[in-house]
Design a protein around this ligand. Structure first.
Ligand code: AMP
Length: 549
């Protein structure tokens, strides 16, 4: 029997309508190198309508058409976030840190016809244009050297000129909530990038979840600082969620270095921020060296890579800022787990819970699969590959305009669960601890060594700024850990000291024999440790490795 409830589609246009009216006074503040630029949600709503008119009437953007952005986090990007899906097209966010060939591949695969690009990024886009046959229109947002585009066959537009004088309301079409709203390609390091097509429904439900106390609890009193780029899984859903909840947004634009971040926090007083560990590590060092008033910031969300516990403690103990650890993927929108401790535990137990990747919300079902394909218990001990399913979890990848959706066997189980490629344990009360990426686990003599655990211990040593541990071939054991460390400035720490330090914390057989000091850990386009590069450097003999007895 069907229910008697109304069947109203959960769409981005409803988030837009709500945020720009009920929360019309909330603001989006974009950091600049002069004065921060402020715009109310009501203005964003009017300008989103103008943008939709311009895209449809002037540029001929049709329903379902992928429309790309190559932009920093700023107010105009938010306008595109809301306008493009609301008019029935698909917002395609381009990762500006990808190598040129990958970016070209992605734009061609998505068949983008229109690209909105920040003027400061024209130097990135211009050289690609001869290889982008589908691109007909380039809309330049903000200042930049437009002469870089001389000679292109695409039509050039100025964002502000394109919007000027157009109607400030738009008759947003009624869209089936299962329709595609946004497209984001994974930053995968093997094979072609894979496109995840978010639906209106998945974005809407995900935003609701982000705003619960189980996650980040955004509300109208918040000023949220998404340092995580809007091209990386929709800035973890924060722009949509903030617009829905009336939380104001502080957008860092291209000012992502520790000093300007500290500056904007001190002067604009955000309440909550989100970024990968590398960014927060830089900020912590900045604040330790040059104290500023960051007391407004009650929460810092860290995800994208494992958050070293020492980073969590550093923020809390030295600056009174609570770090909340979270796990997710491009394929999971990304909210998968959030590490809030359960009720009724001691302070020390709290830390142990907060160091995990966290708990799943009701909408994300999880299971652990063992090496033989068997489902493992949630006992906090058995480690297996994590598989998830839910209304904001991808069930396939975008196969291109004419292509079928792609469901590679290594990414989706026969019964439709997403294979995350992450290995870990789950406690009976649902806390996930990731020990590795499946491809990064170190298989030593039939036992697994967790690279993440070794890294976390190493990074807790004052002489170590960063540490990355990778598996290297070993004649006797199959694989053994190679510990690569970035030493803190001025430190004279020795390998023997580090090994002794580890020896007090982990089993003897897990201790790395091979050590190398590196200037910095290679990072992927979204700031994660790029262990593939380290493995290659080891194989090519580029690392100066010391072997301890
Ligand atoms: P991406 O799709 O680029 O966001 O990458 C997703 C992957 O990042 C996950 O499958 C994990 O391997 C990793 N990841 C994300 N968050 C965490 C976390 N909190 N701890 C450990 N790994 C993480």
């Amino acid at each position: 029997m069907l229910s008697t409830m109304q069947d109203v589609s959960l769409t981005v246009s409803r988030i837009l309508a709500h945020g720009s009216t009920v929360h019309g006074d909330s603001e989006v503040i974009t950091w600049t190198d002069t004065d921060p630029h402020r715009r109310t949600f009501a203005e964003v709503g009017r300008r989103a309508a103008q943008l939709a008119h311009a895209l449809r009437d002037e540029l001929g953007v049709a329903a379902e058409e992928r429309t790309a952005t190559l932009m920093w986090n700023n107010a105009e990007h938010l306008e595109a976030y809301l306008a493009i899906p609301s008019m029935g097209a698909v917002l395609h966010t381009l990762n500006l840190r990808l190598p040129a060939e990958q970016l070209t591949w992605i734009i061609n695969h998505a068949e983008d016809r229109v690209i909105l690009v920040n003027g400061t990024l024209l130097r990135l886009l211009a050289p690609l244009l001869p290889q982008l046959p589908t691109v007909e229109h380039i809309v330049v947002v903000g200042p930049g050297d437009r002469s870089l585009l001389a000679g292109t066959s695409a039509r050039l537009h100025d964002y502000e000129e394109l919007l000027a004088g157009r109607p400030e309301t738009y008759e947003w079409p009624e869209i089936d909530e299962r329709e595609a709203a946004a497209l984001c390609y994974t930053s995968g390091t093997t094979g072609d990038p894979k496109g995840v097509l978010y639906s209106h429904r998945s974005l809407y439900l995900h935003s609701l979840q982000v705003n619960t106390t189980e996650a980040f609890a955004l509300g109208p009193r918040d000023l949220a600082l998404p340092v995580v780029p809007m091209f990386h899984v929709n800035a973890w859903g924060l722009p949509h969620a903030a617009f829905m909840a009336g939380a104001s947004l502080l957008m860092p634009d291209r000012f992502l270095q520790p000093a300007p971040l500290a500056e904007m926090i001190a002067s604009q007083r955000p309440t909550i921020g989100a970024a990968v560990p590398t960014i927060w590590q830089g900020l912590l060092a900045e604040l330790d060296g040059n104290k500023r008033d960051v007391s407004s910031l009650h929460t810092v969300i860290i995800g994208g890579s494992a958050c070293p516990p020492v980073l969590m403690r550093g923020f809390q103990e030295r600056h009174g800022i609570r770090v909340v650890h979270a796990w997710g993927m491009t394929e999971t929108s990304p909210l998968g787990t959030v590490a809030h401790p359960p009720a009724g535990v001691s302070d020390e137990e709290e830390w142990a819970y907060r160091a995990t990747q966290g708990r799943f919300p009701a909408s994300v079902e999880a299971r652990l699969i063992g090496p033989g394909g068997e489902e493992l218990p949630w006992d906090g001990q058995a480690a297996g590959e994590l598989e998830v399913r839910g209304p904001w979890i991808a069930g396939a990848y975008f196969g291109g305009a004419q292509g079928q959706a792609l469901r590679p066997d290594d990414k989706f189980s026969p019964d439709g669960w997403l294979r995350t490629g992450d290995v870990g344990t789950i406690t009976p009360n649902g806390y996930l601890t990731l020990t590795d990426r499946a491809k990064d686990v170190i298989k030593s003599g039939g036992e697994w060594i967790s690279s993440v655990e070794l890294e976390n211990h190493l990074m807790a040593h004052p002489g170590v700024a960063e540490a990355a541990v990778v598996a290297v071939p070993d004649e006797k054991w199959g694989e053994r850990p190679l510990a690569t460390v970035v030493v803190t400035e001025g430190s004279a720490v020795t390998y023997e000291e580090l090994q002794a330090f580890l020896g007090e914390r982990i089993a003897r057989w897990q201790l790395p024999e091979r050590w190398a000091v590196i200037p910095s850990v290679p990072k992927t386009s979204v700031g994660k440790f790029d262990k593939k590069v380290l493995r290659r450097q080891y194989a090519d003999g580029e690392l100066k490795v010391t072997r301890l007895g």
